[in-house]
Design a protein around this ligand. Sequence first.
Ligand code: HEC
Length: 94
Amino acid sequence: MNKNLLFLTLLIFFRISDANDIKTFTIIQNCNVCHTEKYKKSSSIKSLKTLEKEYFLTKMYEYKKENKNGVMNRILDPINVLDIIEMADYLYGE
Ligand code: HEC
């Protein structure tokens, strides 16, 4: 991890006081490995922030429910519905 990124991460962590927010933030950090905000090389994997809240929730419930063993379906295995709602609030506001 480069120094700037580490600094930014620490800064963000200390500004978030609620333990739940930290957990949500950590989950989203993992999502952003693929749904990157910086590089727009791939058009199929969009930055999460560019989506609408309703759309995000609908897609996430779909991925959670489906039995297709796709990328998102596997990623959502340890993530429950409450986590999904918290992610949506975190990303798009309550
Ligand atoms: C390994 C890479 C990878 C990671 C990590 C990842 N995704 Fe995805 N995501 C994808 C791919 C690929 C697609 C599009 C293909 C599909 O629909 O299965 C996608 C699609 C989506 C979509 C639908 C986007 C659209 O434009 O329709 C949402 C919402 C989403 N992901 C949310 C998340 C969230 C939230 C996380 C973290 C919990 C996450 N993803 C982690 C690869 C990833």
